[in-house]
Each structure stands twice: as C-alpha cells, then as structure tokens.
Design a protein around this ligand. Structure first.
Ligand code: HAM
Length: 436
C-alpha cells in the first residue's frame, strides 16, 4: 500500500523478513565470537529509572540532555527508554552481586535501544546494538582482546575493509582535571567562533568541544592543547602496551587525538570504527574503558571496558558492500494435492518432512493444480510432491524436480526417506533441538 492509514512513528522501522536475514546472520556471528571468548548473554529491561542513565552517561552528554525518551509512572517515578546498554549492564552487575563472580565478568547483549534524535540515514529513534562489556580487569591486554573481537566480527560480516579503527586514550579522571583547565583557558576569548552547543558545554564538559562536527569548532579544536601533554606515566604505559598488543594481533588502527566519545564514563582507551566513505558521522560502533563507572554507580572500584555496534548501520554497510547473508528460509518442498483424501494424506506427510528439518509448505486452500504449481514456482521450491486421487488409489506420489522441470511417479511409502536422501538431513531437524 502506498499511502496506508497508519504508519510507523518517525525514525522507527519494521524489520521485514529480508532484513531479518541480516539480523539473524549478525546475531549468529556475534554469538559465535562472544561465546568462544567466554562471554555470557545478558538482557536488561527496555527502560530504567532515569537516574541510571543520568549518573552514568553524564548530565551534559547529548544523550541525556536531549535524546532520551522519558516518561513517568502514575506515581510520578521518572523512567527513560534505554539509549545505550552499558549503564543498564552496570546497574544489573551491582544489583545481582556479579562482582562476586570470578573476574573478569564478560557479558554480551543484542538489544533494541532508543534515542530521540533527528532521523537520517543510519540514525534512527529505535535501533539495535550488539555489545559486550568486560568488568573487573585493568590489563590493556583485555582492551586489545575486546578490540580484536570487534574487528573479527566486522571481518566475518564482510565490512572490515570498509572501516578504519580510530584509537585514542583520554587518560584517567585525574589526568583530565588539568586538561580541563587547559582547555577552558584556551577557549576563553574564542567563544564567538563556537557553535551554540560548544558555548554551553565549555564550562560543563570542555572535552566534548574536541569532537564537535561543526567546521569552525573543528578548526579551533585542531589547534587546542593536546591531552598527551598531561597524561600520567601510567596512562601512557597502558596505551603503549595496548598498541603493542594490537600490532601483535595484526589489527590496524589510526591514532586520533580528537576522538573523545560522547558519553562521560570513559577513561583511558577509546575507539570507534568509521566508514572509509562516510567518516565519523556514521561510526558502526564504538567503545572504550570506563574504570570509574562501577564505583560511580555505588560499587567497588572496578576497571571495565566495552564496545557496542549499531546493527542497522552494520546492515547498511553490508548492503553497500554487496553482501547478502545466506538465506536459510528457502522452501525445499511444495506439497500440492487435489481432493479431500489427498489433503488428509498430505498433512502428516508435511509434518514428517518438517521433522527432518526440510522446509515444506502447501496442502492448504482450494486452488487448482495449475494454481498450486504456479505458487510452487513463485516460492522457488526445489521440489514439488503432487498427490491426486489416482496417486492416492495407487499408493504413489509424483515427485517433481522444479529446477529441471522433470518428474517421476514413486511409491508413497518411503517418500520421506527419499526426500531426506535428496536434500540431506537439515539443521532444522527436531533431532538438533537439543544438540549444540
Ligand atoms: P555509542 O557510540 O553511543 O556507544 O553507540 C554505539 C553504536 O550504536 C554507534 O556507533 C552506532 O552504530 C549505533 N547507534 C547509536 N545511535 C544510533 C541511532 N540513533 N541510530 C542507529 N544507530 C545508532 C554506546 O552506546 C556505548 N554504550 C558503547 C560502549 C559499550 N562503551 C562501552 N561499552
């Protein structure tokens, strides 16, 4: 329908079956890489007390300032739909005593998120992220492992060549106290050249001025003091080791001293994957260390690092790269029948084929044989099984190879085994439900 009465809200999309092929494939790749690295899956609720996000992401971040979907309960409690995953994971980590688990605690998620921003290509109001968080380890080797897994996922999705890894360190909170002063001093007197957002942020969160996308702000940022000059020896060492580990792992990166990320919880390592064609506007994913967050949320001092990628953006880049995930939904067999007796015999036949994991459809409706065969063609079925009154009487069934256009009459008994032989035992077989 071109102009339906009801449409989905602005910036919010249906995921249609063709896109679910991408979603399923991405989930499979993510699960595969996370599980083999010892991660376990977590889901946090779609909404949280608004304080969870304010406290963690930061009051002066774009997300908290203007991008949260807020609502109130009848008793006046304030909630927000989750705009990102890390805050909820840290809240759950503390609420469920996960700090008592062997460290590091490694969790991954594949979830919808919500941000009230201006929709455009690659930016939506409901979008999905896959992400992972590692809590309880400060060794830069874990930073390298998290980055390596992100990179390997991009490789297996076929988009790694289209992306660059941007890498920076923003030091510890202690390092940044001095840097904050340096930045405020540098920008004072230059306010007129700043955009409205940057003017406002100068005293709240001056580091955010470094990754503003406005041209004039970028020119000023390029001449601003550099964080390197205030980094402690410990922070430098962490970053040096990380780079050595990435070199060892063969992961290429571009050092980018302007990369600060838009969420306040980061410390030390920050990174993003940028499209070579679209630059920073449409990063597929980003992450970094957040050593102070668990404590800020009421827990013990717990170093941590994580990463999240946008699934819709990943799909966009896969499509641009001409990648089509495997289609596992192709119909194997169409069962056509004529007459009530044939239909009755077809129903258990269909179920037996399905139990072997063979994708089988048909045996419904009242259309003519040619109508049914037309449908089998449209569905691209590999085979058709045709059962008319004569076949029922003779105890046979017609097996038609749809690709070749050839057909033969075969005994009805044994047709299931024959089809399993022709198509092979499939993954969807009921036998596989309990197997890994
Ligand atoms: P983020 O950079 O805000 O980081 O989001 C990660 C990714 O989510 C982005 O690179 C982008 O692909 C996708 N994304 C964000 N907003 C939208 C949107 N409106 N529409 C479509 N895709 C979007 C975080 O969320 C951090 N929690 C990542 C992290 C995990 N850091 C540590 N652990």
């Amino acid at each position: 329908m071109s102009n339906p009465k009801y449409q989905s809200p602005k910036g919010v999309h249906d995921i249609l079956p063709d896109d679910h092929l991408y979603f399923s494939f991405i989930k499979k790749v993510v699960r595969h890489h996370c599980r083999r690295a010892g991660f376990r899956r977590i889901s946090t609720p779609m909404f949280e007390n608004v304080e969870v996000f304010k406290r963690s992401i930061g009051e002066s971040s774009d997300i908290v300032e203007k991008e949260m979907f807020l609502f109130e309960s009848k008793s006046g409690k304030k909630f927000a739909l989750k705009p990102e995953g890390t805050a909820g994971v840290v809240r759950a980590y503390l609420e469920h005593g996960m700090s008592n688990l062997p460290k590091p605690v490694e969790l991954y998620y594949i979830e919808p998120h919500f941000r009230y921003n201006r929709p455009q290509k690659g930016r939506y109001r409901q979008f999905h992220q896959f992400g992972f968080e590692v809590l309880g380890e400060s060794d830069p080797a874990i930073d390298a492992q998290v980055i390596y897994i992100s990179h390997r996922i991009n490789q297996d999705l076929g988009i790694a060549d289209r992306l660059t890894l941007q890498l920076n360190t923003i030091g510890s909170q202690e390092d940044r106290k001095q840097f904050r002063e340096d930045l405020i001093n540098y920008y004072t007197g230059k306010e007129r050249s700043l955009c409205e957002d940057c003017k406002r942020r100068l005293h709240e969160n001056p580091m955010r001025l470094l990754d503003c996308k406005e041209e004039d702000c970028q020119i000023l940022a390029s001449m601003s003091p550099k964080l390197e000059s205030v980094l402690s020896e410990e922070s430098k060492k962490h970053f040096e080791l990380l780079k050595e580990y990435l070199d060892e792992l063969g992961v290429k990166y571009e050092l980018n001293s302007m990369l600060v990320r838009g969420l306040d919880y980061y410390t030390h390592t920050v990174f993003e994957f940028w499209s070579k064609h679209e630059g920073s506007q449409n990063a597929t994913g980003g992450g970094g260390r957040y050593d102070g967050l668990v404590k800020l949320m009421g827990g013990q001092d717990t170093p941590a690092i994580g990463y999240a990628a946008g699934i819709e953006r990943t799909i966009l880049y896969m499509k641009e790269a001409g990648i089509r995930p495997p289609n596992k939904d192709k119909v194997d067999i169409f069962v056509a029948q004529l007459g009530l007796v044939a239909k009755k015999k077809s129903l258990p036949l269909i179920n037996k084929l399905r139990d072997h994991g063979i994708i089988t459809v048909g045996a419904v409706g009242k259309s003519s044989m040619s109508g049914q065969m037309g449908l089998a063609d449209k569905l691209n079925a590999k085979y058709s099984l045709i059962l008319g009154q004569i076949e029922v009487q003779e105890g046979t069934i017609i097996l038609r190879n749809m690709e070749r256009g050839s057909q033969e009459t075969v005994p009805f008994d044994g047709i299931v085994d024959k089809m399993v032989e022709l198509l092979g035992e499939k993954k969807l077989s009921s036998k596989n439900l309990w197997e890994e």
